[in-house]
Write a protein that binds this ligand. Structure first.
Ligand SMILES: [Fe+2]
Length: 374
């Protein structure tokens, strides 16, 4: 069984990665079509081409894109020449608003932002980049004219590094290269997460009755975890866990996964492997460390009658108990082949009956009911 599961998992991942490779090939073609000699003359055209490379996958030979925001022509020219000679692609902005427009539109890898700019200061630009989930991972280097106070302000706004005028060429390149290395690692992590989420959603999409189940679970679990005051790391794990908790179902044959009637003993045995297979798929990702207990234990019950390990009471991690609570609620309140969706009140009556049976954590059901009714 384990060998069959692993094979199925590998086949699905290979299929996904081959799709990614087609995207990579298209991006390489797009980047090769960029004409270096025209780049300085036609920034808008180049920007349009850069826009077409926004797919989240880095092709071989990719040249990272640096945004330079500075109101002085000579400064922009100085930074551009330096960075282009070092192999980067450059987009330039003359003020803060233009910088934000570019950073929201194009796949910028790093922003070099002068603190003193008209209309919108570099500090305000930095704040807005870091406040937007879509751009917050882009490293921001603030260029300051004075020193200590700008740095303190910049740190408070999430700046990743600082350069003080007059700019030292070697220092600028060293800082940009260092931040680009970190950015590359962050991008790799994001891509791995994207592949896992795509796989999880493709499994979910097989069953019309579980449509959007992952997103519901993710939202419910985050809301409940936040209400309980869980640390950020665990709330993030709940968000990810909501999406990937059933990823191990990739190894469950469709005739079992989509069977409308009750499963045979052998079919149930195969189905109950999915938490273990899911844990195996996600375990290579270090950033998913806190997600693994959610995946493995989301079908455990407090009285030990759950699977795969038959854990009892507090042996089941809190995050897995949260996921189980919201999973049951979402299952009860959505249509199934054998019954219609229950109204909210009926769902909680059923959940409290199952709390009395010793399955679910009553304190979590109570808190979740308050949350849903609030
Ligand atoms: Fe599950």
């Amino acid at each position: 069984m384990r060998m069959r599961c692993s094979l199925a998992v590998r086949v699905s991942l290979t299929r996904l990665l081959s799709l990614s490779w087609i995207a990579v090939t298209q991006m390489v073609r797009t980047l090769l079509s960029l004409d270096h000699s025209r780049r300085k003359e036609e920034p808008k055209l180049i920007a349009e081409k850069l826009k077409s490379t926004r797919s989240g996958i880095m092709p071989t030979g990719y040249r990272p894109i640096v945004l330079i925001a500075d109101d002085l022509d000579e400064n922009r020219a100085f930074y551009s020449d330096l960075l282009e000679d070092d192999g980067y692609q450059v987009l330039t902005a003359e003020d803060g608003f233009q910088a934000l427009e570019l950073i929201r539109t194009y796949p910028i890898d790093l922003a070099l932002v002068d603190v003193m700019m008209p209309k919108l200061s570099g500090l305000a630009v930095c704040s807005q980049i870091k406040a937007d989930p879509a751009t917050c991972l882009i490293p921001v280097v603030l260029i300051t004219g004075c020193g200590a106070q700008d740095r303190v302000d910049g740190i408070e706004r999430g700046a990743d590094d600082f350069l003080t005028k007059p700019i030292n060429r070697r220092e600028l390149l060293a800082r940009v290269r260092s931040l680009m290395r970190i950015k590359r690692l962050t991008d790799d992590l994001e891509r791995a997460e994207t592949v896992l989420f795509s796989l999880a959603r493709s499994i979910e999409a097989k069953d019309v009755y579980t449509k959007e189940h992952c997103d519901h679970l993710s939202e419910y679990a985050v809301a409940l975890g936040t209400r309980l005051g869980l640390p950020d790391e665990q709330v993030v794990a709940l968000r990810r866990g909501g999406i990937v908790h059933d990823i191990g179902k990739v190894a469950v044959p469709e005739h079992i996964l989509l069977k409308p009637g009750p499963l045979t003993a052998e079919e149930r045995r195969i189905m109950e492997q999915h938490p273990l297979v899911g844990e195996e798929i996600c375990s290579p990702l270090k950033s998913f460390g806190a997600v693994l207990p959610i995946i493995r234990y989301h079908h455990e019950k407090l009285d030990g009658s759950g699977y795969p390990d038959g854990l009892v009471g507090d042996e089941i991690p809190l995050t897995a108990r949260i996921m189980a609570t919201v999973d049951v609620y979402d299952a009860l309140t959505t249509d199934r082949p054998y019954r219609s969706a229950m109204p909210r009140d009926s769902a909680f009556i059923e959940m409290w009956r199952e709390v009395d049976l010793g399955w679910w954590d009553g304190s979590l059901v109570e808190e979740f009911e308050r949350l849903i009714n609030s």
